[in-house]
Design a protein around this ligand. Structure first.
Ligand SMILES: Nc1nc2c(ncn2[C@@H]2O[C@H](COP(=O)(O)OP(=O)(O)OP(=O)(O)O)[C@@H](O)[C@H]2O)c(=O)[nH]1
Length: 396
């Protein structure tokens, strides 16, 4: 069903897309201005979307960049102007065909935007899904209003939950709030790189070009991309699955020599139903089984999945990791990396982040399609024959 593309075909390097999110007033424009003032940031277009106050942010950003800035008209990027964003991105990709250099596009979303429909719109677009590769979702969260925003707004929690990089701002103004903010961030997103913006001189190196699509040919680092949620120690080589989930289950982080276990007993209470699940499998998996699993995941839990990312060791091409990336019920065309990074643990790792996600069901599906060891879960044939065999499945 799914076709696999080569993410490193030299003539068709995708434009790297950074989605800059963060609640109202968190400091997104400030971060953008800082990025654009850094000499390393070239061949970059910026798309800014405002909600209500058209023009103000544009003026701020324009002071730093004279070309390449596109401001979308009034409205929320995640709903009313999604079509306009798609057109803008199409136009930018077109311009590259005329020989104008364009390495990346940074889209600053409005503070109220849920980033997942924006990504889903890009992923499902026949042209954009080929010309763009998501580099990272960066969430800006500030030490003054961040905690209250997380408590009060599901959009703020979603922005944080799906982020690859979290930028803490205004810690210079409220240093006393930092520890509690970090704790709250970790309860929702334990895998993202956490960066304290006022402490960092050059931001670009920390938040840009950290995805799997590299133009300079350096080996991508799937482990870094997946964050600590995706990292696991290697086992004895036998079939094995590890599961960690925010909201009560155990996380075990061991890949970087940092062997410890966290329990987030209160995370589920304080932060509603946003959870993440890490799935690890040591043995090569048949490609078809991977796609069958993803199809089932989309069918049963697609509405609950905010984001899914993974690197898979496949039976067909064990030397070339298969990269998976999905948002909501949609899957970006899977791509193969040229090789595993030297020293990388060759195993499949998937991270599923969702809202009201049925963790048990996702775990059982993965187990069924990867030939896992769980004897109490239905196997693949049983599920394909009768989807009702999935525990918790309801109709009506
Ligand atoms: N001291 C300090 N001020 C900051 C920091 N980050 C942002 N600010 C200030 O916070 C205010 C809001 O920052 P913006 O960058 O406009 O925030 P935004 O997220 O773009 O805001 P909206 O576009 O309204 O969603 C501005 O006055 C910034 O100067 C920081 O790390 N330290």
């Amino acid at each position: 069903m799914s076709t696999v593309s080569d993410s490193h075909a030299p003539s068709r390097s995708p434009i790297r897309l950074t989605l800059l999110t963060g609640f109202l007033g968190a400091g997104k424009t400030t971060v953008l201005n800082r990025l654009l003032s850094e000499p390393a940031v070239t061949d970059t277009a910026v798309v800014v979307n405002e909600f209500g106050e058209v023009g103000i942010d544009q003026l701020l950003v324009e002071a730093e960049v004279s070309d390449g800035l596109i401001e979308l008209s009034d409205g929320c990027l995640c709903c009313s102007v999604r079509g306009e964003l798609v057109e803008t991105l199409e136009r930018l990709a077109e311009r590259r065909k005329d020989g104008r250099p364009l390495a990346r596009v940074v889209v600053e979303t409005t503070g109220l935007a849920d980033p997942t429909p924006i990504l889903a719109a890009i992923m499902t677009h026949p042209v954009l899904s080929q010309s763009y590769a998501l580099d990272a979702i960066v969430c800006v969260i500030d030490a003054i209003g961040g905690l209250a925003n997380l408590d009060a707004n599901i959009e703020a929690r979603r922005q944080l939950a799906v982020a690859d990089r979290v930028l803490l701002t205004k810690t210079d103004l409220a240093p006393e709030a930092k520890d509690r903010l970090v704790e709250a961030v970790r309860a929702i997103n334990s895998g993202a790189d956490l960066i304290e913006a006022p402490q960092v001189e050059r931001l670009a190196g920390r938040i840009l070009d950290c995805g799997l699509s590299r133009l300079d040919g350096t080996p991508a680092d799937p482990e870094r991309w997946l964050g600590s949620q995706g990292r696991r120690e290697t086992g004895d080589g036998g079939p094995r699955e590890n599961f960690g989930a925010d909201g009560g289950d155990v996380h075990s982080h061991g890949h970087d020599g940092d062997h410890h276990h966290h329990r987030h007993h209160d995370a589920g209470h304080r932060h509603g139903a946003i959870r993440s699940l890490s799935l690890v499998h040591d043995r090569p998996i048949e490609e078809q089984a991977v796609f069958a699993f993803l199809e089932m995941l989309s069918t049963f839990e697609g509405g609950n999945v905010l984001r899914m990312k993974g690197v898979v060791l496949t039976r067909e091409h064990p030397e070339r990791p298969l990269v998976l990336h999905g948002v909501r019920g949609y899957l970006h065309p899977p791509a193969r990396l040229p090789a595993w990074r030297e020293g990388a643990v060759r195993q499949s790792r998937l991270v599923v982040i969702g809202e009201n996600l049925n963790l048990e069901r996702v775990r059982d599906l993965f187990s069924a399609f990867t030939g896992g060891m769980r004897t109490d879960a239905p196997d693949r044939t049983a599920i394909e024959d009768n989807p009702l065999a999935v525990p918790g499945m309801r109709f009506g």
